[in-house]
Design a protein around this ligand. Structure first.
Ligand code: XMP
Length: 527
């Protein structure tokens, strides 16, 4: 049996000392649970639900959390954990499906509820010890379930109830096993943070050793050792991930860092200038700007199918990057801003869950054949941790809070054929959207806001003349993890200003629509 931990984690390090594992039963909230645990300064990883006790013990966890999931525990083939995990003496917290599973394993009964309970519920707490220390008698919780525990064995005590769920929280009498039917990780559960804190500190005995400042110091030290006197290449996109990667490397190896910025002609308005300004203000490293607009636009000529656009862009990017990288002497290492969700979702995490569907999001990834040794300093971090780290490293808020931008850039927001003229129209309209969202003080609270140029023309009237021009869609979403998203309920006056300004200022546009679809079933991008 291989009992080693991922190579990015130095076993002598204190920050990874206390770790809690989330067993993933297919919940959309598994990553959110892990983030909430880390917010309490306890390192947390997601592992597959059927991890063996031996592999689990190799992580030396202080606690185990069983996530929710879409199945019913009584269904044939429903995912289950190894029941021995409950006998290891390691505290276990089952959430929703996780609670139903532990109760089922330990002699209880789970039934489907007459009506699915979804949303806020008032919870009556009957115990105020350990998990519920400091929680008031009445508190709001977030429920999302079709099944619930209808009976527990005599070894369990019920700790809380709602009007429709008589067993909303449980504790085992002799094993350190707890269950919550509601979701403490969701902010609508008002005392969720305290309940998780209690589980981590009172039940698991964690002190909180996970600190990003220490992470930065240790990562810088580790990269210095790994790189020696070699040279590292880092692709810059202007996004927070590549900026934080470059900032960490710059602190670690300064003049041995070379950055490459590929202008693919699909950037937002003034984006290249912004990245260059950021670079010269914050790093004093070797910078290579590749002007590849013509190359990308000719690769995209006549292409309207979204996946084909992505394929061609990905291919052109690799070509440009490779050409430039081979000009940099002695480059042995390639730095990438891979994040922990990418590692989980690609199925590459050690003991992590199987890969989920995320096919099109790896444009900009570089193939192994380039022959570089990879450096991925952010592969243990969530996006919000990367942002905090960016601030700790002194990057400006402007970069740290920039909305994500897809690798294929404006090409997937320019529906139909991607031409220089259409891109110019889109770029101007997009700049208005972002300016107005910022002016209304809404940039930080929205997750992404942008314009989409539609492949339709509509009739309008300007002055006395009839027009037949482009329609633009405005897309603005709120999301915690980009896997699900809601359309932002922007105030009408902000929408009105965006519409008026685009129609007045951007030549070639006479109609604006606001996209009010959520994900799923729509996606955030239109292509
Ligand atoms: P969707 O459209 O799938 O997007 O809801 C979810 C998030 O991923 C971004 N996105 C991409 N990022 N290459 C990327 O690097 C891509 O091809 C790509 N497609 C979508 C999107 O902007 C959103 O943040």
């Amino acid at each position: 049996m291989d009992a080693t931990l991922p190579k990015s984690q130095d076993s002598s390090s204190r920050i990874f000392d206390e770790r809690v594992l989330v067993l993933d039963f297919g919940s959309q909230y598994a990553q959110l649970i892990a983030r909430r645990v880390r917010e309490q300064n306890v390192y947390c990883e997601i592992v597959r639900h059927n991890i063996s006790p031996e592999r689990l013990l190799a992580h030396n966890p202080k606690g185990i959390i069983l996530s929710g999931g879409p199945n019913s525990v009584y269904e044939n083939g429903a995912p289950r954990c190894n029941p021995e995990l409950l006998d290891l003496g390691i505290p276990v917290l089952g959430i929703c499906y996780g609670m139903q599973l532990v109760c089922d394993i330990l002699g209880g009964k789970v039934d489907s509820t007459p009506s699915r309970e979804y949303g806020r519920a008032r919870c009556h707490v009957t115990s105020h010890e350990d998990l519920f220390a400091g929680i008031p008698d009445e508190t709001d919780v977030w429920m999302s379930h079709g099944d619930q525990v209808s009976r527990v064995s005599d070894d369990f005590a019920a700790l809380a109830q709602t009007d429709t769920c008589p067993i909303a929280a449980v504790r085992h009498d002799t094993l350190p096993v707890y269950g919550l039917q509601f979701h403490p990780e969701v902010t609508h559960t008002t005392q969720g943070g305290t309940i998780l804190h209690n589980f981590l500190t009172v039940v698991c005995g964690c002190e909180g050793t996970w600190h990003l400042g220490d992470f930065a110091r240790e990562t810088i030290e580790r990269m210095r050792k790994q790189v020696g006197d070699g040279r590292v290449i880092c692709g810059l996109s202007g996004g927070v991930d590549s900026s934080v990667t470059a900032a960490l490397l710059h602190k670690a190896i300064g003049p041995q860092l070379s950055c490459i910025l590929v202008n693919n002609g699909l950037l937002r308005k003034a984006e290249q200038e912004a990245v260059l300004a950021e670079f010269t203000n914050h790093f004093h490293a070797d910078l290579h700007v590749v002007d590849a607009e013509d190359q990308f636009l000719s690769a995209l000529e006549g292409v309207t199918e979204p996946q084909e656009k992505r394929r061609r862009i990905g291919h052109a990017f690799i070509e440009c990057f490779k050409d430039e990288a081979t000009k940099i002497e002695d480059a042995r290492f390639l730095a990438q801003g891979t994040l922990y969700p990418d590692v989980i979702e690609s199925g590459a995490a050690q003991d992590g869950p199987a890969a989920t569907i995320k096919l099109h999001h790896n444009v900009g990834g570089l193939p192994d054949e380039l022959g570089f040794e990879l450096i991925e300093p952010l592969r243990d971090l969530f996006k919000d941790e990367v942002r905090k780290l960016g601030l700790e490293l002194g990057l400006p808020e402007e970069i740290v809070w920039r909305h994500p931008f897809p690798g294929p850039g404006l090409a997937v927001r320019c529906l139909g054929e991607v031409t220089r003229d259409r891109l110019d129209v889109l770029r101007e309209a997009d700049a208005v959207v972002v300016e107005e969202i910022k002016a209304a003080g809404l940039y930080r609270q929205t997750s992404q806001a942008f314009a989409v140029l539609l492949p339709v023309q509509s009739v309008g009237v300007m002055g006395d003349a009839r027009t037949y021009e482009n329609a633009v869609a405005v897309r603005c979403v709120d999301t915690a993890d980009f896997m699900t998203a809601d359309w932002s309920h922007l105030p009408y006056d902000v929408l009105g200003r965006i519409s008026t300004r685009i129609i007045n200022e951007v030549k070639g546009v006479n109609r604006i629509c606001y996209d009010i679809s959520s994900k799923p079933p729509a996606t955030i991008e239109w292509e």
